[in-house]
Design a protein around this ligand. Structure first.
Ligand code: XMP
Length: 528
């Protein structure tokens, strides 16, 4: 079947990453504008860059100093490919220095809000302003730098300055090279989205083809072309990613899809039933195999205290069970996974040894070599917020699309130390009360993730006239954008009081409830 949607990859922006904590944000902002972009390391090979055929290049910020001996260089092709270039922070300084300007280390660091006064005419910033009325045009921006450009290269004009930085923005309209000292990708730069949009649309000439409807059609076509008449297997968990993959594959290949859902005994209350219901829904009519493997998982976890060892056991047991089920389905040629773009970037980072392993996350796991299945990863190019948009586009409900994330090892990492059936049952009840109350109070969608944690320590209490000596539940709720950093959620006291009293009164095995007020860092979101 042929389709009429445009080639969504024909317009591409290349983002070269110099190590800024905001690089992924640049990509997300460009995608929001509707333009496909890829993040690559700053030293991306020239041939690979040329093969990508970008319509423009963005140089990210970074922690290095342009004045340092071992500074990171912008590859020469960036300035000879004859495509527009936008340098942000370090990217602007490196561009200035390499094209013949000058950068100096400043004693005055500029961090946080700043006002950039605009001057001159240029396609990027001209006629943008946060000033009201007749005030001279200025932008309220977010700065984070020590070094600064003190002389622009030949061909450039200074188009913005702040109190601490005479050259806060520069432009060479002829070559379409632009530099901004501030960070347009962060929300604190009020016109940031407009600036990035102008760069890709006005300057680079992109039409913004990267829309949910086009992406869905592209994924469907790509999957059909790859799979042919083959059978695809998918592990579903009820989480957003695997649900979106299931819905997409169903549209693409219908009954050539077989889904496996493993109940590992570490799921939340009613979750197994909920997933089956959702995926058995007529709209999905999935070929779904449900495996009850609680006993196997709990047996394998017996006596194990160490969090990393628990994660490995849960991951390996999952693969074992999945493998057994897969062997029963004949003609499987492909394995579908819900890998998303941050996983791709992160594993590239891990390969280079840049990232530290704090916890070994294994929602995808590795499958045994003998399975020899080709991988189908329809979400590989998408950020989480894009996956959610695609989910809505293919008709998943708000509840499914906006579910809080649930870790692959499930309640296994929310029970401290050894996992026992008695503990999982208690935790499930407490967690269900907490989530029910959150929904009722209209707070579920206001926090990014909320859950209960089981502490295997005993504490004294009195319920009615009876002394109780039972376990402790900790409640956790966080607000975060990217789950890399998180702030504990300021839930109302009255709400916490209600949840606490329900948990203690309704669950005989619990005598005390606490609320976790640790942010990330230094704590992590999960307790293990
Ligand atoms: P941490 O605890 O590292 O969690 O701050 C960050 C986010 O990742 C989730 N998480 C996991 N997800 N497998 C997963 O699929 C895992 O092993 C895992 N561990 C943590 C966590 O729920 C939070 O959203």
């Amino acid at each position: 079947m042929s389709s009429t949607h445009p080639d969504i990859h024909q317009e591409k922006i290349l983002i070269l990453d110099f190590g800024s904590q905001y690089t992924q944000l640049i990509a997300r902002r460009l995608r929001e504008v509707g333009v496909y972009c890829e993040i690559h390391p700053f030293d991306l090979d020239a041939n690979k860059a040329i093969a990508l055929a970008p319509m423009g290049i963005v140089l990210s910020g970074g922690p290095e100093s342009v004045t340092a001996e071992d500074r990171l260089h912008v590859p020469d092709y960036v300035f000879t490919l004859e495509v527009p270039v936008l340098g942000i922070c370090y990217g602007m300084q490196a561009m200035a220095e390499q094209l013949g300007g000058q950068v100096a280390t400043s004693t005055k660091h500029e961090f946080g809000h700043a006002r950039v006064n605009l001057s001159g005419e240029n396609t990027l910033l001209g006629d943008l302003s946060d000033a009201a009325g007749d005030d001279a045009p200025y932008l309220d921006v977010w700065m984070s730098h020590g070094d600064k450009v003190v002389q622009v290269p030949v061909g450039f004009e200074v188009v913005g300055s702040s109190a601490n930085t005479d050259i806060a923005a520069m432009a060479d309209e002829q070559r379409k090279f632009y530099g901004v000292q501030f960070h347009p990708e962060v929300n604190h730069t009020l016109q940031g989205a407009a600036i990035l949009s102008r760069f890709v649309k006005r300057v680079c000439g992109c039409l913004a083809l990267w829309t949910p409807a086009n992406i869905v059609q592209d994924i469907i076509d790509t999957v059909r072309a790859k799979v042919g008449r083959g059978r695809v297997m998918l592990g579903v968990s009820g989480g957003v990613d695997s649900s979106v993959v299931a819905a997409l594959l169903l549209r693409a290949i219908g009954d050539q899809l077989s889904c496996v859902f493993v109940d590992n005994g570490l799921l939340r209350q009613g979750e197994a039933e909920q997933v089956s219901r959702m995926l058995d829904d007529d709209a999905f009519a999935l070929n779904i195999i449900r495996v009850s493997a609680e006993e196997k998982f709990l047996n394998n976890l017996k006596g194990i205290q160490d969090p990393e060892q628990k994660r490995k056991i849960i991951g390996n047991t999952f693969i074992e069970v999945f493998d057994e089920e897969a062997a029963k389905i004949t003609d499987v040629k492909f394995l579908a996974q819900g890998t998303i773009y941050p996983d791709v970037i992160e594993s590239a980072g891990n390969k280079d040894g840049k990232a530290h392993v704090i916890k070994s996350h294994h929602n995808v796991g590795g499958l045994p070599d003998h399975m020899q299945l080709d991988l189908i990863e329809p979400l590989r190019e998408l950020f989480k917020d894009e996956v959610r948009k695609i989910g809505l586009e293919v008709g998943l409900t708000h509840d499914v699309v906006f579910r809080h994330p649930f870790p692959g090892p499930g309640l296994g990492v929310r029970i401290l130390g050894e996992v026992k059936k008695q503990y999982t049952d208690l935790l499930r009840q407490a967690d269900a009360i907490y989530l029910e109350e959150l929904r009722q109070a209209d707070l579920y969608d206001k926090v990014s993730q909320a859950f209960a944690v089981f502490l295997p320590v005993k504490s004294v209490g009195v319920v009615g006239d009876t002394r109780r000596y039972e376990y402790v539940i900790a409640l956790r709720a966080v607000e975060t954008i990217d789950f890399m950093t998180a702030r504990w959620a300021r839930l109302p006291y009255e709400f916490l009081e209600r949840v606490s009293s329900r948990i203690i009164n309704e669950i005989p095995g619990i005598s005390r409830v606490t609320y976790d007020i640790s942010s990330k860092p230094p704590a992590t979101i999960e307790w293990e």
